[in-house]
Design a protein. Structure first.
Lengths: 113, 114
């Protein structure tokens, strides 16, 4: 069975510093996708970044990058130069070829001024 | 940009009522999903649909049903609402069933059952 684990319920980071949010996964599927979503207090889920299991390069989208270590089954999100607007809950998710997503429990990030 | 619209941001209903949560997407996506989100449990899949008039049970379908009569609209139905269905409900859509397609979410409906 597929599983996503986020072990950090809450994190603090100083404004302008970088922060890493951890995500490990477990699957027996050879092909899968890994996603990160941001959920502000207003409730909407915002898609941030995607990494395919066969991608050789780590994904990047602006200040977001995904540190993909396939052998360790980890897909950590790195946010560089944190901003106050980055304060939110962050979810890691994994898909299989059915298109369904399995979500982790989330990490709440607070950016301090 | 993909737009997924949920009919209500906040909803209060009474135990035993039949409750309809509506979701509409404007990108001609084949796939649509309903989740509920509870503190400490993350998002859990209730039902999903890969095409019109098709539906599949997710991980927690008990107490819910769905309807997809048109491609753009996916409705979640609580046949007889109970207090343990008080939750945040999120609708999502995606373009196909491949593993590299992100799901795009609506703003969510915070449902309270009294």
């Amino acid at each position: 069975a597929q599983k996503i684990t986020q072990t950090q319920p809450g994190m603090f980071v100083q404004e302008k510093e970088a922060v890493t949010l951890d995500c490990t996964y477990d699957t027996s599927d050879p092909s899968y996708g890994l996603f990160w979503y941001k959920q502000p207090s207003s409730g909407e889920m915002i898609f941030l970044i995607y990494q395919g299991s066969y991608d050789q390069q780590n994904a990047t989208e602006g200040r977001y990058s995904l540190n993909f270590q396939k052998a360790r089954k980890s897909a950590n999100l790195v946010i560089s130069a944190s901003q106050l607007g980055d304060s939110a809950m962050y979810f890691c998710a994994m898909s299989s070829n059915t298109g369904k997503l399995i979500f982790g429990q989330g990490t709440t990030l607070q950016v301090k001024p | 940009d993909v737009k997924v619209t949920q009919s209500s941001r906040y909803l209060v209903k009474r135990t035993g009522e039949k409750v309809f949560l509506e979701c509409v997407q404007d990108m001609d996506h084949e796939n649509m999903f309903w989740y509920r989100q509870d503190p400490g449990l993350g998002l859990r899949l209730i039902y999903f649909s890969y095409d019109v008039k098709m539906k599949e049970k997710g991980d927690i379908p008990e107490g819910y049903s769905v309807s997809r009569e048109k491609k753009e609209r996916f409705s979640l139905i609580l046949e007889s609402a109970s207090t343990n269905q008080t939750s945040m409900y999120l609708c999502a859509s995606s373009s196909d069933s491949g593993e590299n397609q992100p799901q795009h979410f609506g703003d969510g409906t915070r449902l309270s059952i009294l």
